[in-house]
Structure formats: C-alpha cells, structure tokens
Design a protein around this ligand. Structure first.
Ligand code: FHN
Length: 434
C-alpha cells in the first residue's frame, strides 16, 4: 500500500531504485502540504490593472500595453511598499491552511523583487523602498514554519542578452522585448538565469521550490539546449537537494506537473500542482471583482486532493504591500474549514481502492476513506460498490462529535444509511476507518 502522504510503501522496500527513494524524500513535504499561496507582486502591481484607459491589465502590463523598457523602468521609482509586512502575509497564509508560499522573484518583465548582484534592475537598487522583501519573507516563513518558494520567469522582457524572438510572440510576431538587442547572446542570458537561481538558493535559506515559468516563451525552441537547463537542474540538486523544480523548465528530471486554471480529469500518475487565481488576475487589479467563494476553493482543494495533487492559489499583493481585502475575507473561511475537516485533505490523497462513490468525491489516507458530499443527494442510503475493507467504524466527521453511521452489506456492496440532518457546511464527510 502506498501512503498518500509520503508516497512511501508500508514495507518501504517496494520502491524501484535509489533515485526513486531520493525523489520520494524530496517530494514528501510537498505531498503533505497540499495547499499553497501563489503571490504575483512586482512593478506591474503599481498600475493596479489600468494603463492608458485599459482596465484589463495585470502582470502582463508591459507586453499588452507595448511599453518600452525606458518607460516601464520609471515605475521602479514609484515602488515603495511601505505597508509590506512579511509576518502578516505568513499569518494570512497559515490561517488559510496553506503550507507554502510561492512568490515572484522575477516575472516576465525582468524586474527582480529581491537584491540581485547580477543586475541593478531590482527592488534594492532601483526603488525608494531600498530593502529586500524576500529576506523579510524568508525569515517570516522560517519563523512561521511554512516553506518559501520562488517563482522565476524564464522569459525576460528587459534583459539585453535575451533576443525578443525567444520571448512571447502572442502580440508581436517577432516576439516582445522592451529594448530589443539584435546581437543578444542566449548563452549570456542562460548564465544570468543560472547565476540568479544560484543566488536565490544561497541567500534565503531553505527554498521549497524554484517555480520556473516561461509563460509561452521559447515556444518551438529547444529551451533545454539553448539555456543548458541540465546544468541548472544539476546545480539545484547539488545546492539544495530538497528543493523541487516544476515542469516548466524543459529538461531532465523535474519534479511535478503544473496544470493552470483547471483541474485535470482523473487520478494523475505523476505529482502535480494546480495553480489558479482566487480572482481573475494573477497580480493586483482594482478591477478584479470576480472572486471564488470559500466553498468553491474548498471544493477545488478536495477535488485536486482526490486526484493526487496540490492546490496553489494565487493573489496579487497591492503596490503598498497590503493584501487584497477579498483575499483576507475568503482565505480565513477556507482555513476554518480545514481546521475542522482538514484531515480529509492533509492526511489523504487519491483513492487507491476500486471504490465507486458516485454521490461526491472520495479521498483516501493510510487507514481511512473520506466521502465528501458537496450537495444534497436526496436519498437516505448510498451504496458503495467495490468496497472490500473490514472497517472498524463508519461515522460522520463532526468537530462537535463524530456521529456513527449505520451500514449493511448487500451483494458484496456496502450500504450506508445517511443521517437525516447533515451538517450545514459546504462539505459533509463520512469517514470509513479500517
Ligand atoms: O505568463 C504567466 C502568467 O503571467 C502567470 O505567471 C502564470 C502563473 O502560472 N504563468 C504564466 C502563464 O501560464
């Protein structure tokens, strides 16, 4: 039996090879974490979603508004997040039940939200703020016991050694760059990327993930060859063996898949993490008004867990460093539910049995099956086919006291008699303990 939390077998010796063991070890915190906070924060946040009358913008501000570097760089002089409080960000994440934070160290605009020795185009050298927020966040994460992870854009609309042809060609057939350099040398950009990865892994303590992202750049190009990604991956493995690498860096041996804004169908063979915005935008926009409800977030989290994945939920801090009010209202409600019912997520994963449960979503831990009913099912009994355990007990999960569920066997299936009054929460959970 494979544990859903660690992926490790009960005997521990059915693993295929030593490298599998290393991989499982590295992934263990990630499998157990289940839920993370994705933060997009940068110069684009200053526009608050608007530029030249267009109010549909966000972190793609520079490319969508076709802003040259000479113009875009001026935003740095306005970036002064005086209300940034790393401890508050960590408190909000933890209160939501999130166990890791992924933050944009550098997005496609090329601006570094940390103190880099490889460029002056960073928050310490180019803004009035003059501090490194990632240092403060790293400290707050360590104190708060949650993992700090860095998003790093492979695309770069500012760096002189990345030819525009490698960046996104979504709006410009020749590719986009804020200051195109026809003589750009991709080897120098590859070295820059590797050096910045090295400093992120050197200066902020343990890093949970380097979350690479091309955002459509290098499409049709051999990214692995052009950027020598194998040497970057090798360096990461040597510097911080516990640091994960997502699959958006082309190359051998990355750790997990990253479906975006959708939940894949069915249980996935490889570890994965669904990244999704809480509103409509990845970064802060005051025009972003379509926010998911706590119930929708909970449903997504349980659905993703039932398929063996993690949920990385995105919000955009404001330019002053404060968090969007809707996020600070929605996330604590998700955290409250996880406080009461979170064992069906944190201590569980995809169903391993042949159980067929049509009335809702099932997750399975090491010795429990959790049946989540997200809507009224309009009947007093349900029949679980393909169930074969000799269970110890079956009960409704209830923080005020679990309620025993009556059952009976019927032609090899298990019939559950549902209680008349189901809990008034967005999710009623029946636990089968065996
Ligand atoms: O282009 C980026 C986008 O701005 C955002 O960062 C998302 C988050 O996963 N990734 C890319 C689009 O897939």
């Amino acid at each position: 039996m494979i544990s859903q939390c660690t992926g490790r077998t009960d005997s521990g010796n059915q693993l295929q090879s030593a490298s599998d063991e290393v991989e499982l070890e590295r992934m263990e915190w990630f499998r157990e974490a289940k839920f993370g906070l994705f933060l997009h924060w940068g110069l684009y946040s200053i526009s608050e979603g608007e530029w030249g009358g267009d109010t549909t913008l966000a972190e793609w501000l520079m490319i969508k508004a076709d802003i040259p570097s000479s113009e875009y760089e001026k935003l740095a002089k306005k970036f002064n997040p005086v209300d940034f409080n790393a401890r508050e960000w960590v408190r909000v994440a933890k209160a939501a039940g999130m166990r890791y934070i992924v933050i944009t160290a550098k997005h496609h605009d090329g601006f570094c939200m940390y103190d880099s020795k490889y460029t002056e185009y960073d928050i310490l050298d180019a803004t009035p703020y003059g501090k490194d927020p990632m240092k403060e966040l790293a400290k707050a994460c360590r104190e708060g016991g949650i993992k700090l992870c860095f998003y790093y854009s492979i695309a770069d609309w500012h760096h002189p050694e990345l030819h525009q042809k490698y960046n996104q060609r979504k709006f410009h057939p020749a590719g986009f760059h804020g200051n195109p350099n026809p003589n750009a040398d991709i080897r120098k950009y590859a070295e820059y990327m590797k050096n910045q990865t090295q400093e992120l892994l050197s200066n902020y303590g343990d890093v949970g993930i380097i979350w690479y992202d091309a955002g459509g750049a290098f499409r049709g190009d051999d990214m692995a060859k052009l950027l020598d990604t194998e040497s970057i991956i090798k360096m990461i493995r040597e510097m911080q063996p516990g640091c994960l690498i997502n699959d958006r860096l082309a190359g051998p041996g990355t750790d997990y898949g990253t479906p975006e804004q959708h939940i894949p169908e069915g249980v996935q063979a490889k570890p994965f993490e669904v990244c999704m915005t809480l509103g409509r935008k990845w970064s802060w926009s005051k025009y972003d008004v379509d926010w998911k409800t706590p119930a929708q977030v909970i449903f997504n989290l349980v659905d993703i867990t039932s398929k063996g994945g993690n949920y990385l939920l995105g919000i955009g801090p404001k330019p002053d460093g404060s968090l969007p009010t809707p996020a600070t209202e929605i996330l604590p409600q998700v955290g409250k539910w996880l406080d009461e019912y979170g064992e069906s997520v944190y201590n569980a994963g995809a169903i391993r049995d042949q159980l067929r449960f049509r009335e809702g979503i099932a997750t399975q831990g090491d010795d429990k099956i959790y049946l989540h009913f997200f809507k009224e099912i309009g009947k007093e009994t349900i029949t679980l086919e393909g169930y074969f355990h000799d269970h110890k007990k079956i009960y409704m999960l209830d923080p005020s006291g679990n309620k025993e569920i009556k059952t009976e066997k019927y032609h090899g299936a298990l019939v559950l008699h549902l209680p008349k009054k189901l809990n008034p929460n967005p999710d009623r959970i029946i636990v089968i303990e065996y």
